[in-house]
Design a protein. Structure first.
Length: 378
């Protein structure tokens, strides 16, 4: 069993652990004298800010997509953390800056991330100098800055590893598709061989049967008993040949895509793919099979790489004289869809074979892709 942890899940775990650790200090541990003076209700304010941090953090986890909103919430978490730092002459609240930095590391380019990192720690140093009486403020800020840098580097490397894993899974799926197409090609060649054999064997014996029957009709001196026996034997042999060929043709009654679709999904640890494949959902030609397989591959790759989906539903069905493929995920995304090169290429491939492709966001979240092809197209 493979266990895949997404960057979002890693941020959630790290955030809860850091929040709980700081909470032990703010709610139950001994605190130094306040930096804002005794009359000010610092303890109540600090605990309110600590609770607010959790609410904002949970809100950021509940939002999928909308990078600008996630960045704004990360900025709010940074502001709450800096306020907590300013309330006491000493506490460990600065460690909470790791949480928004993980979000910044996931969503920002390296240049913008560097700017945010420098600005946040400059603000932290300013607050320490203004509100705290510490012997080594640079050491304090440098310690927390190094922790943030470590977390950022781990997050960036994890993101790169996930992207590399998705690219490897996509390449693996490409190889599986090619292997599946080669297998279907071999089956297609077997069908051609059987059709030629049917023509040769049946044609030969039917011709012999016709000539013998004609001989019985036109030649009264012919040994009719022997000729009828020969015709009977030819008929039995022909029936046996036809039964064998029909059995073989039933094994090749169209190209079965189910096994290849499942193999395509195997390399992807995330999202999980649930299949619903009808037994009669088959196509007649290799180019039709390839178009549907490539469409599924494109939909699965988009769900893994762009939608941050955890589950995909794939349905292959027969509808009259059409074979239909529907792919739906539970990923992020709303509003109109901007088709990229991959989706446009799939649509053009399907339209060239008499089918088409439609795609849209499904409901409040998720993406849905529908493709169809005629069962036979010449």
């Amino acid at each position: 069993m493979r266990l895949a942890i997404s960057p979002q899940s890693a941020i959630a775990v790290a955030g809860f652990v850091a929040w709980a650790a700081i909470g032990l200090e703010l709610w139950s541990g001994p605190l130094a004298a306040t930096a804002l003076g005794a009359p000010f209700p610092v303890h109540g304010l600090s605990r309110s800010l600590h609770a607010l941090f959790l609410l904002v953090f949970l809100a950021s986890l509940g939002i999928r997509g909308h990078d600008a909103v996630q960045l704004a919430l990360a900025a709010a978490l940074s502001a709450i953390t800096l306020a907590l730092v300013a309330l006491y002459r000493y506490n460990s609240a600065a460690a909470l800056l790791i949480v928004p930095m993980l979000t910044f590391a996931r969503l920002l380019s390296i240049q913008r991330l560097a700017v945010v990192y420098v600005v946040l720690n400059a603000l932290l140093l300013t607050i320490v100098l203004m509100f705290r009486q510490m012997d080594a403020p640079l050491t304090y800020v440098g310690l927390h800055a190094s922790l943030q840098l470590f977390a950022v580097m781990v997050a960036r490397f994890a993101q790169k590893a996930e992207q590399a894993r998705d690219m490897l899974a996509s390449a693996h799926a490409e190889l599986l598709t090619t292997r599946g197409m080669l297998a279907e090609s071999a089956r297609h060649q077997e069908r051609l061989r059987l059709s030629r054999e049917l023509h040769d064997v049946a044609g030969h014996k039917l011709t012999a049967l016709r000539l013998n029957l004609a001989a019985i009709t036109h030649n009264r001196h012919l040994d009719q008993v022997a000729t009828v026996a020969l015709c009977s034997r030819l008929t039995e042999e022909l029936l046996d040949d036809l039964r064998g060929m029909v059995h073989q043709l039933r094994l090749h009654d169209g190209l079965d895509l189910g096994a290849t679709l499942r193999r395509l999904a195997e390399p992807f640890p995330r999202p999980r793919v649930l299949f619903d494949i009808a037994d009669d959902a088959r196509v007649a030609r290799l180019d039709q099979a390839e178009a549907l397989l490539r469409t599924f591959q494109e939909g699965l790759t988009n769900a893994a790489r762009h939608s941050d989906a955890t589950q995909v539903w794939a349905t292959l069905s027969r509808d009259g004289d059409q074979v239909r493929l529907m792919i739906r995920d539970d990923g992020r995304g709303r509003g109109p869809v901007q088709a990229g090169h991959g989706l446009n290429g799939m649509r053009e491939r399907l339209q060239a074979l008499g089918g088409d492709l439609e795609f849209q966001h499904s409901g409040d979240a998720g993406f849905q892709l529908r493709a169809w092809l005629p069962v036979a197209w010449s």
